[in-house]
Design a protein. Structure first.
Lengths: 244, 109
């Protein structure tokens, strides 16, 4: 089974620390990591991170986290960045924004602020839109690990409700570490065990750390390749000529 | 004759910034189960730290097989041992100590 962590927050400006975190991910059994990158990041820094990942036998995935304030800003950012990154996630801070993100086919992951339960807009309407567009619901487990007391109780309660909604509407779930530190990293199987807290059965939890994120990356890489025309249609080369 | 309570043995790998002793690790595990599943959860878990190796930073934990998923979730949720940042990873699970030792020895080779 190929395990993937699409939200490994490595400090790209500190290559030594990034190296340690990526090495640890490899040791824990991940074969693919998604690193959130700033839009203004230099290509050299991306290449260095990619090189470090290759060193440890890990597939490096570029990811951008969009935190727009309005729907129009989201559309502008998607137009600008969609073809530059392999995974696009949107942090939804308002309901209209969450709805726009859920219905846009260019969005891969929907994220909601961990501890602001009033800003968690993943309800039936959102799930229905997400299920049509193919967007997945991402859960960052670092927030579950770092919280305690009432905060953790309310977070787990929200997650339980949202996971049930996602499952009933067949929205793919993605479990990510969201780790910024070595000691916040866990094995993929341990993350799957943690998902028990919000009533996710073990096979769905394992899919959420393996099949679902890997499928998203594969789908996007196909779309970003030069041969891609439309779903199911690719350019193939015959005797030096390219035909559809 | 089958046993009334079947047990599971978990080989644990510890990581952290400070040094820990057996009591600290045991306490962290108990606290984690208590925080997530309450006193009833702890009473059902039958937790016991069978082995602790400070040099290898490893331990063996025993629990009831009925609550194994809960115990694994609680272990993953440990972020501190003795007040120091730490993490515990489950490396193997087995039904007997003998098999667990054999499997972990094989893995090292």
């Amino acid at each position: 089974m190929k395990f993937s962590d699409l939200h490994l927050r490595v400090p790209w400006h500190d290559l030594e620390k990034a190296k340690r975190i990526i090495a640890k991910s490899s040791e824990l059994g991940y074969s693919q990591v998604g690193v959130p990158l700033q839009p203004n990041i230099k290509q050299e820094a991306v290449d260095r991170l990619r090189q470090v990942c290759e060193e440890f036998g890990i597939d490096f995935v570029t990811r951008i986290e969009l935190v727009p304030k309005s729907s129009s800003e989201l559309l502008g950012s998607l137009r600008r960045f969609r073809r530059q990154y392999e995974v696009v996630s949107v942090s939804c801070g308002s309901k209209p924004l969450a709805r726009q993100a859920a219905k846009d086919r260019r969005v891969d992951l929907l994220c909601f602020p961990g501890f602001e339960w009033k800003k968690r807009f993943f309800d039936k309407g959102e799930a229905e839109l997400a299920s049509r567009s193919g967007a997945a619901f991402e859960i960052d487990l670092a927030s579950v690990l770092t919280s305690e007391g009432f905060l953790r109780v309310s977070l787990i309660s929200s997650l339980r409700r949202e996971v049930a909604t996602a499952k009933s509407h067949r929205v793919p779930l993605v479990l990510s570490s969201g780790a910024t530190d070595l000691l916040l990293l866990r094995k993929p199987e341990d993350y799957a065990s943690l998902a028990l807290l919000f009533d996710l059965d073990s096979s769905s939890a394992l899919d959420a750390v393996s099949k679902n994120p890997v499928d998203i990356v594969e789908r996007n890489r196909n779309k970003l390749s030069q041969d891609y025309v439309a779903p199911g249609v690719r350019l193939v080369s015959v005797e030096g000529r390219r035909v559809i | 004759m089958t046993r009334l309570v079947r047990r599971r043995y978990l080989a644990l790998k510890l990581e952290g910034e400070g040094t820990f002793d057996r009591n600290m690790v045991s306490d962290a595990l108990w606290t984690a189960v208590l925080r997530l599943f309450g006193e009833v959860g702890v009473s059902q878990a039958g937790l016991f730290l069978v082995e602790f190796d400070l040099e290898k930073m490893s331990a063996v934990l025993r629990c009831s097989h009925r609550v194994l998923p809960n115990v694994k979730a609680a272990i993953a949720s440990v972020t501190k041992i003795g007040g120091q940042p730490a993490a515990i990873h489950v490396s193997r699970v087995s039904g007997s100590l003998k098999t667990l030792r054999r499997k972990t020895a094989k893995r090292r080779v």
